[in-house]
Design a protein. Structure first.
Length: 331
């Protein structure tokens, strides 16, 4: 099994925190499971994108996306993709866009963006479920539970955030659950013609309650990747919060660090700046390691949230040191 000096997964710091905080700092199981790919594959051409998350967080809607897309047509760096990040639907209800925000659906929005010259990307966290979702109401038996019978919180982030915004963990060993996820992919990639996926929080299955072996978690994630790879080989996949070994030859790019900023702190400039400086330090440290490793997937350094970072990342993108060039600010 390959190991990388980048941490266990793409959000982990290279050096483990003694207290394992945040909880995704480490692999809670004894191994990564059997993740050896049967074949290798060539990387797709590098991509550029604008991501809605970094400036807007979950406060997005169809009009905001279209306005920013049109503005970026005259930008110094015109992105190929418009990436609609978190906020477009309730977690787990992946084929039901929020009607208050996207009243015409993602399919029609993607068609509008295509007429403007863009391809459309979409964010989802396939193994996590919002407590308010229709899936919880209709299929509570699809969720993993704690020994006391309550639903397990798979949102293994900082303790405060984990408890303030809980997300339940799907029972990824249930064939009906995997069938549901495949159905979601068929709608998103087949019906809506989405051509880029940002797949998030992929560490979550490793924290399943009472789990002692990594094989089940790794098998679920690799099965999900393989389904996309085999049925939708043209779709560009970016893995976030994903164990490095599992992503090998199964995704096109992997995020190598934590979000460069928090949109929740955009109204608190001082705290936002301090977080940005800390995250940028971690990112640059991991980027220096990653560019020397010859990784079996492209490097996604996260989005540039200011113009100076955009210039630097664009230079790295042009020199082929990174695979994904992302813009994270609005015009």
């Amino acid at each position: 099994m390959n190991t990388y000096p980048l941490g266990w997964q793409s959000w982990s710091p290279p050096t483990l925190n003694l207290f394992h905080l945040p909880l995704w700092d480490y692999n809670p199981l004894s191994s990564n499971g059997d993740t050896s790919p049967s074949t290798t594959r060539q990387l797709k051409p590098k991509v550029s994108l604008w991501c809605s998350w970094h400036r807007n967080g979950t406060k997005i809607n169809e009009n905001l996306i279209l306005v920013q897309a049109h503005k970026f047509l005259t930008h110094q760096y015109v992105p190929e993709y418009i990436l609609i990040d978190d906020g477009w639907c309730t977690w787990a209800d992946w084929f039901t866009p929020n009607p208050a925000k996207f009243s015409h659906g993602i399919n029609r929005l993607a068609k509008k963006l295509a007429l403007t010259g863009y391809q459309t990307g979409l964010w989802l966290a396939p193994f996590l479920v919002d407590p308010s979702s229709n899936l919880v109401k209709n299929h509570p038996d699809w969720l993993l539970k704690n020994p006391n019978g309550t639903f397990f919180n798979g949102f293994m982030s900082y303790p405060l955030i984990k408890d303030l915004t809980p997300k339940y963990l799907l029972d990824f060993t249930n064939p009906k659950v995997m069938g549901y996820l495949f159905k979601c992919l068929d709608i998103i990639l087949g019906d809506w013609k989405i051509t880029l996926l940002k797949l998030d929080h992929l560490y979550a299955p490793f924290f399943a309650p009472n789990s002692t072996k990594a094989e089940l978690a790794s098998r679920a994630i690799t099965t999900f990747f393989t389904y996309i790879q085999n049925k939708y080989p043209h779709v560009y996949t970016i893995a976030c919060g994903c164990p490095f070994n599992i992503a090998t030859h199964r995704v096109d790019a992997i995020r190598i660090s934590k979000d460069i900023n928090s949109p929740h702190l955009n109204t608190v400039p001082l705290l936002g700046r301090l977080l940005y400086l800390k995250r940028r330090q971690m990112l640059h440290h991991k980027l220096a390691i990653a560019t020397k490793l010859g990784l079996p997937y492209g490097i996604d350094p996260d989005a540039a949230i200011n113009f100076s970072d955009a210039q630097k990342y664009h230079d790295l993108w042009q020199s082929d040191k990174i695979q994904v060039f992302g813009l994270g600010y609005n015009l």
